[in-house]
Design a protein around this ligand. Sequence first.
Ligand SMILES: NC(=O)c1ccc[n+]([C@@H]2O[C@H](COP(=O)([O-])OP(=O)(O)OC[C@H]3O[C@@H](n4cnc5c(N)ncnc54)[C@H](OP(=O)(O)O)[C@@H]3O)[C@@H](O)[C@H]2O)c1
Length: 346
Amino acid sequence: MIRVAIVGATGYAGVEALRLLHQHPAARVSYLGSHSQAGTEIGKLYPHLGRAGAAVLEPVDPERIAARADVALLSLPARQGLDLAPRLLALGMRVIDFGADFRLKDLEAYDRYYGGPHTAPELAAAAVYGLTEFHRQEIAGASLVANPGCYPTAAILALWPALRAGLVDPGDLVVDAKSGASGAGRQATPSGQLAEQEANLWPYKVAGEHRHTPEMEQELGLAAGEAARVTFIPHQVPMSRGLLATCYARLRAPLDEAAVEAVYLEAYGSEPCVQLLAGRLPSTRATLGSNLAQVAVRVDGRTGRLLAMAAIDNLGKGAAGQAVQNMNVMFGLQEILGLPLLGLVP
Ligand SMILES: NC(=O)c1ccc[n+]([C@@H]2O[C@H](COP(=O)([O-])OP(=O)(O)OC[C@H]3O[C@@H](n4cnc5c(N)ncnc54)[C@H](OP(=O)(O)O)[C@@H]3O)[C@@H](O)[C@H]2O)c1
């Protein structure tokens, strides 16, 4: 059994990791680390956890964590992993960071988007970006995996095959994406209140302001083999979880849909966590509670654009599910062990 520590266990992504790992046949949660609620049973905060809820939250003490766990899932806000991840790694643990501290190779971009200097540049260089489908081999040997952001997970899954095959211009990508409220975490803000959420829809952090922009550009540039430029427009939608990315890319040459579908089929035909839809379009509900991503692609021949869409559960494939997928790869387990792959309808 792999012994797993979840740190930041009271947050949405941490709790979802606990829920998923409760059913995992080859892993058990051996440590629930919390900065704010040490001493409390997790079930007092989240009664839906049933028997798993009897576990008591403990202080975030690296030595104690390393003595009791093989891998740590850090489900913490940005910059909180900069200090903790190096200490856990030095104690021989493997680490999967849900935050953004080790995702970006361009540390100037990190400093700009995440408020100040990166204090562990050698680890940022060594970390593997944890979009499993595209970095599987490196993840298998990694000590530190940087689990992707939720918006980048959907956008990259939608666009990667077209960029890798050179079908579209990487310098002119548009990602128009919508996320449920849990994407912003548990901390209440006025815009997270039901009174502001209900029957409302709004864009935010447009024109390169959102932190996920450089992450998308990094990975989509890797796929293309040249710099990628993304216009990213995130939106908040009135639902609790679920994320849909609708992406627009300029085709380099006219192509029929069958040719594009063949490229996507080659990329995703044998991927267990990506469902490539033919004749249907993705929907968030079909992915809820699961580690599934639904992807579909269309050609708008009239405008010369490729339309690529992906739906995920932001807390599933967008966070905790993908972390478990990466953990399985890191420990040589079957990649989908313990992971639900069917969504909830209705
Ligand atoms: N929500 C998503 O859909 C999603 C998707 C992908 C990635 N992520 C990333 O995953 C990480 C966790 O996200 P989340 O949505 O679970 O966030 P969250 O609900 O706000 O939970 C974060 C947890 O971090 C701990 N924490 C430690 N220091 C903190 C501080 N200074 N301020 C606030 N919290 C602090 C708290 O738990 P304790 O007090 O128990 O330690 C808190 O409950 C973030 O980096 C986020 O960007 C989230």
